[in-house]
Design a protein. Structure first.
Length: 717
């Protein structure tokens, strides 16, 4: 067995014979590299060659070393390398099996590009031109092939094994058992069958099928066990692997005489024997190779992490020609129950420790922008995506967070296939944020990117076994891990709050009036659409977080709420103590101003908030003057609950003459000599849906006059 490593620059003179029969790329300096991964038989050396993935290589002090210890040239013939540990050699033998299985699974999946796979049938055991193989893969393939080719042999043995064993031994039955006579017929309740002796043919078959069961469970090879024997499994089979298998086979070897039985015995013994030697017939060319192994790695990660097909009719090949590796929908980072978002991933097939390139990071941001636009296009057409994902919020005009992540491979130093080893890379290289404006997490141009390493051996073996249940369990676990750890990272950088409008506050109008101050800081992710999420950068780049919070707390209940935490109980508890009318609950008087064509006239006062409301020497006007100190609200209306607009009064009101009205103060009428000077807070329009202006009585003569009321008298029951 010979070992080469993908893309490593070998000296041509040292590997020329090994490369016989395969294409390789040679440069002007006499170096050569192979851009395949897989297996082929070298007819010149009469030995098999495994080309293993470059993920085995690690950069150590400027040198590319296998396992971080050996020059690849030194492990070309691992059996001859005395420095390599037994564990490392054993790993290479079995690692080749996993690579073979992964390529087979990839090749059998019709969704993949199989044009990169090159395959001719692996050699079969038999007579004729033969070679001595000591590869673990060869032995496994011969075991599988023997099972496929010798079904009639197995059934012949099984038929002979059971022949006569169910016949009754009447001599022993009559002499030993009590007879019951019924209707002149003797009846024996416990007839004695012929005694069954140990059959060594059966034991060999049990060992053989137990091996098939083991390699099926371990590597995902098809078992095709059609004979119903009680197989050796679990801990008992481990004792066979640890030496008892060879011992027991040697004990029963002399029992076999037929060619088929001896052939089967040799195969089973080769499986347990550390030397792993078996004679294999040789064809001129035999290989299973894949070019561009990064494509296989992408398929592995996509199968184990992504959605297939992609959600909402998306195509991996985007309109600008870029190809997204992985995409799936899962729980939003903010809301834990119903809200979904897209997760966009990119797998990076590098040598261990290889840093991300700036181009890769830039491309990943482009993927996210394309996905956002795809989602917006669905809504712009008047449709809804099947996934239910809505990235843009029409109330706050904020955007949901779209997590982007890289997944690259690493090698487990203990050669552990059972541990996924998935972890974020070091803090300096695992987090990337691209933003157009500071302190706007919920912004279309704020894109987040995270980087994970995963144990290559784990994902390779999970993919190669092709066990749907095992893949589903890990997919669920790793998706939850991504979500929880990205949440933790965001909470390192941002303070998150849940906020809900106080009674009387029109949240939609507030967001509209304060668009520039809160754009990108608020979003509506929760099942209760009246509750909003607020995110503020802890570094406070604009130096106004405290001021903004103070302003928001005038009109909203604002409480800390961690990502994924339910906001409803937090808001409900706060409402018990903070649920009063905002922003001036101590003044419940309402100055009612009759105003038709409000949308046209409001342009004259919404920028300044300064009003001069005309009054006369009438009962209604005198009531206004009497309660000037209690006016907390101004209600614009036209004697109808529809089309009302409610604002809070900022300063104390006063009565002034026509000549005292400032030039920038808007007069609602010009036919009077007396006015009420009032300043309103136009930064937020309060919720007028709970008010009915028609509840205030009026006469035909006073229809257009201003009036005074108390807000509770106008509130809908």
């Amino acid at each position: 067995m010979r070992i080469l490593i993908e893309e490593y620059q070998y000296d041509v003179t040292k590997v020329k014979d090994i490369l016989h029969g395969i294409d390789a790329l040679e440069n002007v300096e006499g170096k050569v590299s192979i851009h395949y991964v897989g297996y082929y038989y070298n007819t010149l050396l009469k030995d098999c060659v495994f080309i293993l993935p470059k993920v085995l290589l690690k950069d150590v002090d400027g040198q590319e070393l296998a396992f971080g210890k050996y020059k690849p040239e030194d492990i070309v013939a691992p059996d001859k390398n005395k420095e390599m540990e037994v564990q490392e050699k054993d790993f290479l033998y079995k690692f080749a099996v996993w690579i073979y299985r992964a390529i087979v699974v990839f090749k059998n999946d019709k969704r993949n590009d199989i044009d990169i796979v090159y395959h001719t049938k692996i050699a079969q055991i038999g007579k004729g031109s033969r070679r001595l193989s000591n590869t673990y893969l060869d032995i496994l393939l011969q075991l599988l092939q023997f099972n496929k080719d010798n079904q009639s042999f197995f059934f012949f043995i099984v038929k002979n094994l059971h022949s006569g064993y169910n016949k009754i031994n009447w001599t022993r039955t009559i002499s030993r058992e009590t007879v019951i006579v019924q209707g002149e017929q003797p009846i024996y309740l416990k007839p004695v069958n012929k005694k069954r002796l140990i059959n060594f043919d059966e034991e060999l078959l049990v060992i053989f099928f137990s091996i098939l069961n083991y390699i099926g469970d371990t590597y995902g090879f098809p078992k095709n066990i059609k004979c119903q024997f009680q197989l050796i499994k679990g801990t008992q089979f481990k004792t066979y692997l640890n030496g008892y298998g060879r011992t027991r086979l040697r004990q029963i070897k002399y029992k076999y005489f037929s060619d088929k039985a001896l052939e089967l015995w040799n195969l089973c013994y080769a499986f347990f024997d550390e030397a792993r030697q078996v004679f294999v017939s040789t064809e001129k060319k035999e290989y299973l190779l894949v070019k561009s192994f990064y494509v296989v790695f992408e398929a592995i990660i996509d199968e184990l992490i992504g959605d297939n097909p992609l959600p909402d009719g998306m195509d991996k090949k985007q309109e600008d020609g870029k190809v997204v590796d992985h995409l799936y929908t899962a729980k939003s980072l903010i809301e834990s129950e119903t809200s979904q978002t897209y997760y966009i991933g990119d797998s990076k097939y590098y040598k261990m420790g290889h840093p991300l390139g700036a181009e890769s990071i830039y491309k990943q941001y482009t993927y996210a922008r394309n996905v956002i636009q795809w989602n917006l296009d669905i809504f712009n057409r008047g449709d809804e995506p099947q996934s239910g994902v809505q990235l843009r919020d029409d109330v706050t005009e904020g955007y949901n967070i779209i997590p982007n992540f890289f997944v690259s491979a690493k090698m487990d130093e203990a050669f552990n296939y059972a541990n996924d080893g998935i972890e974020k890379t070091d803090r300096q290289h695992n987090r990337h944020r691209k933003e157009q404006f500071k302190n706007r997490l919920f912004d279309r141009d704020t894109l987040l990117l995270f980087h994970y390493d995963v144990n290559f051996l784990f994902v390779l073996s999970l993919y190669a076994r092709d066990n749907a249940s095992q893949k589903s369990v890990w997919k669920c676990r790793v998706r939850n891990k991504f979500r929880e750890e990205i949440q933790d990272w965001l909470q390192d950088d941002f303070d998150f709050y849940a906020m809900a409008a106080k009674p009387g506050v029109d949240a939609r109008q507030y967001f509209k009036s304060h668009f520039q101050e809160i754009l990108g800081k608020t979003y509506t992710p929760f099942a209760d659409s009246s509750i909003f999420s607020l995110a503020l950068d802890k570094e406070d780049p604009e130096k106004n977080n405290e001021e903004l919070l103070s302003e928001l707390e005038r009109f909203f209940i604002v409480k800390p709420c961690r990502l994924g935490e339910k906001p409803e109980p937090i808001i409900e508890e706060a409402r018990k103590t903070e649920g009063s009318m905002a922003p001036a609950p101590e003044k419940d008087g309402v100055l009612m101003v009759m105003m038709e064509n409000y949308e046209t006239k409001n342009k004259n006062f919404l920028t300044t908030g300064k009003l001069a409301i005309g009054i006369k020497y009438t009962k209604e006007s005198m009531e206004i003057v009497e309660h000037l100190s209690n006016i907390g609200y101004v209600l614009f209306h036209h004697r109808n609950p529809i089309g009302q607009h409610l604002f809070a009064v900022m300063n104390a009101c006063s009565v002034i003459s026509s000549g005292e009205v400032e030039p920038d103060r808007y007069k609602n009428v010009n036919t009077t000599e007396m006015y009420v000077s009032v300043d309103i807070d136009t930064s937020v329009e309060l919720d007028a849906s709970i008010i009915d202006s028609s509840k205030k009585e009026w006469t035909k003569a006073t229809r257009y006059d201003a009036q005074y009321s108390i807000i509770n008298e106008l509130t809908l029951n």
